[in-house]
Ligand binder design. Structure first.
Ligand SMILES: Cc1ncc(COP(=O)(O)O)c(C=O)c1O
Length: 426
C-alpha cells in the first residue's frame, strides 16, 4: 500500500531492510540529497581508505605499490565488482578513463566489426535525447568513418531499426526522463536487422538490475561517480561481449592495453580480453575511492542486493510521483517519468512550462538537492530532476522533499530574483 502520511513513511523507514545502509554514508546534516544520479554521496569508509593509499601506498611504499598494493591490477579488480551489478562475468569489465572516452572506444570497435560483417550498413542510430556526450562522440566518428548519425524519438526507435543500421547506441535509463528501455527486447530487435548494440549504463549501474549477458548485448559503458559512489570524476567502466573482445583493436592503443606492457616492444600487440580496453596509466587514488564505494554494494548483497534495492527504489519513485499528484496538483507540474514500474529507472523528473531552474535553486537553498536539465524549448521541456538512491534515501525524505516543494510553490519563494541566477553547472 502506498503511504498516505508522514507517519506511514516513517513506519516504512523502520521496516526497511536496507535501513542500516544509510549509516555507511556521510550525509550532511539538514540535507535531503536527491542527486545521487549525478554525484553519489561519500561513503564513510572512503576518506580513511584514500588517506591510507596516499600516506602508506604512495608516501611510504612509493613505486613498489604497483606490485605490493595491487595498483596495476586495480582496474580489473574494480571491474569485477562492477560486473556483479550489471550481469557480466569476472574479467569482462574494466574500470578506466571516462564514460565519453569509453564510448569512443566501444563505438569505434563496433564500427570495425560492422564494417567487416555488414559493409553495406551505414547508420548509427540513437535517441534524440540520449546524453549529448554520446551523440557528440558518434557525430565525430561518423564524419571520420563515413557513417551517418540518425536520431529519433524513443517511440520511433523500432521503426527506424532497419537493415541499414550498423550500431544502435542507447542509454538504458534516459538521463532526462528516467525512462528505462527493455535491454533484452531492444537488443534482440537490433540483432534481427544485423545491428550491434552499445549501451550507456550511466543511470543503471547500481540503480536497477542489469543483465548484459542475459540480454546478449554487445558493448556497454557507464559512470563511476553516480550510483556507484566513486567520487567526483571517478573512473568509468567498459564491458564488451567476450565474443567481440578479441576481434578488433580499440582505437586508443596505449601501453596498458598491450599484451606485455613491460617488455616495452616498439610494436602494439593487444592483450587478450577486456584488458585491451585500457589505454594508459590510471588514476589510482580515484580508483581506490571507487573500489571502496563499491564495497557498499557487497555489504548490501546479504540483504538482497540489487533485487531489494530495486524494490525500494520503485517504492520511493512511486511515492514521489503520487505525492506530487496529490499535493501539488494546482502548481502546473507534469511528470516526465513513466508510471509503469518496468519502464522507469531510479529518478523522478518533473516538468513545468516556467521556472524549473528557479524552483530547483529554491529547493537547494532549503537543503533539498536535485538538479535542472534544460529542454529545447519545443518538444522536450525543461526538467526538474530528483534521483532516489535507495542506499541512503528513505520514505520520510521523499515526504519532506515534496513538502518543501509545495512550500516553495505556495509561497512563491522560487520567484525571488536570486534563484534565477544561472550557475555554470546546473
Ligand atoms: C548517460 C550519460 N552518459 C555519460 C555521461 C558523462 O560522461 P563523462 O563521465 O565522460 O563526462 C553522463 C553524465 O551525466 C550521462 O548521464
Amino acid at each position: 500500500m502506498t503511504p498516505q502520511t508522514l507517519a506511514d513513511c516513517q513506519a516504512l523507514d523502520q521496516q526497511d531492510p536496507l535501513r542500516a545502509m544509510r549509516n555507511l554514508f556521510q550525509l550532511p546534516e539538514g540535507v535531503i540529497y536527491l542527486d545521487g544520479n549525478s554525484l553519489g554521496v561519500l561513503p564513510k569508509a572512503t576518506p580513511s581508505r584514500v588517506a591510507q593509499a596516499v600516506a602508506q601506498e604512495w608516501g611510504t611504499d612509493l613505486i613498489k605499490s604497483w606490485n605490493t598494493a595491487g595498483w596495476f591490477q586495480l582496474p580489473l579488480k574494480v571491474g569485477n565488482k562492477i560486473a556483479r551489478l550489471i550481469g557480466a562475468q569476472d574479467d569482462e569489465v574494466v574500470a578506466a578513463d571516462s564514460t565519453s572516452i569509453n564510448l569512443f572506444k566501444v563505438l569505434s570497435a563496433a564500427l570495425s566489426i560492422a564494417k567487416a560483417d555488414h559493409p553495406q550498413e551505414n547508420i548509427i542510430l540513437s535517441e534524440r535525447t540520449n546524453f549529448p556526450t554520446a551523440l557528440y562522440i558518434a557525430e565525430a566518428l561518423c564524419k571520420e568513418r563515413g557513417y551517418q548519425l540518425k536520431l529519433v524519438e524513443a517511440e520511433d526507435l523500432h521503426e527506424a531499426l532497419q537493415n541499414d543500421v550498423a550500431v544502435l547506441m542507447l542509454t538504458h535509463v534516459n538521463y532526462r526522463t528516467g525512462a528505462m528501455l527493455n535491454m533484452k527486447e531492444v537488443t534482440a530487435a537490433a540483432h534481427t536487422v544485423g545491428a550491434l548494440t552499445v549501451w550507456d549504463l550511466a543511470h543503471s549501474a547500481g540503480a536497477v538490475p542489469v543483465d548484459l549477458t542475459g540480454a546478449q548485448a554487445d558493448f556497454a559503458v557507464g559512470c563511476g561517480y553516480k550510483y556507484l559512489n566513486g567520487g567526483p570524476g571517478a573512473p568509468a567502466f567498459v564491458w564488451v561481449n567476450p565474443k567481440h573482445t578479441n576481434r578488433f583493436w580499440q582505437p586508443l592503443t596505449g601501453w596498458w592495453g598491450h599484451a606485455a606492457p613491460f617488455e616495452f616492444t616498439p610494436d602494439y600487440k593487444p592483450a587478450a580480453g577486456i584488458t585491451r580496453y585500457q589505454c594508459g596509466t590510471q588514476p589510482i587514488l580515484s580508483l581506490t575511492a571507487l573500489d571502496t564505494g563499491l564495497d557498499v554494494f557487497l555489504e548490501a548483497e546479504p540483504l538482497g542486493g540489487m533485487k531489494v534495492l530495486r524494490q525500494k527504489s520503485l517504492a520511493l519513485t512511486r511515492l514521489f510521483m503520487q505525492l506530487v499528484n496529490t499535493q501539488l496538483a494546482d502548481h502546473g507540474f507534469g511528470i516526465a517519468t513513466p508510471e509503469q514500474d518496468q519502464e522507469r529507472g531510479s529518478q523522478v523528473s518533473l516538468t513545468r512550462s516556467e521556472g524549473a531552474y528557479a524552483i530547483v535553486q529554491a529547493l537547494i537553498a532549503r537543503g533539498v538537492i536535485g538538479d535542472f536539465r534544460a529542454g529545447d524549448g519545443q518538444q522536450h521541456p525543461d526538467i526538474l530532476r530528483f534521483g532516489l538512491t535507495p542506499l541512503y534515501i528513505g520514505y520520510a525524505d521523499v515526504w519532506h522533499a515534496v513538502r518543501h516543494l509545495k512550500e516553495v510553490m505556495d509561497t512563491q519563494e522560487w520567484q525571488q530574483a536570486r534563484f534565477s541566477q544561472k550557475h555554470a553547472v546546473t
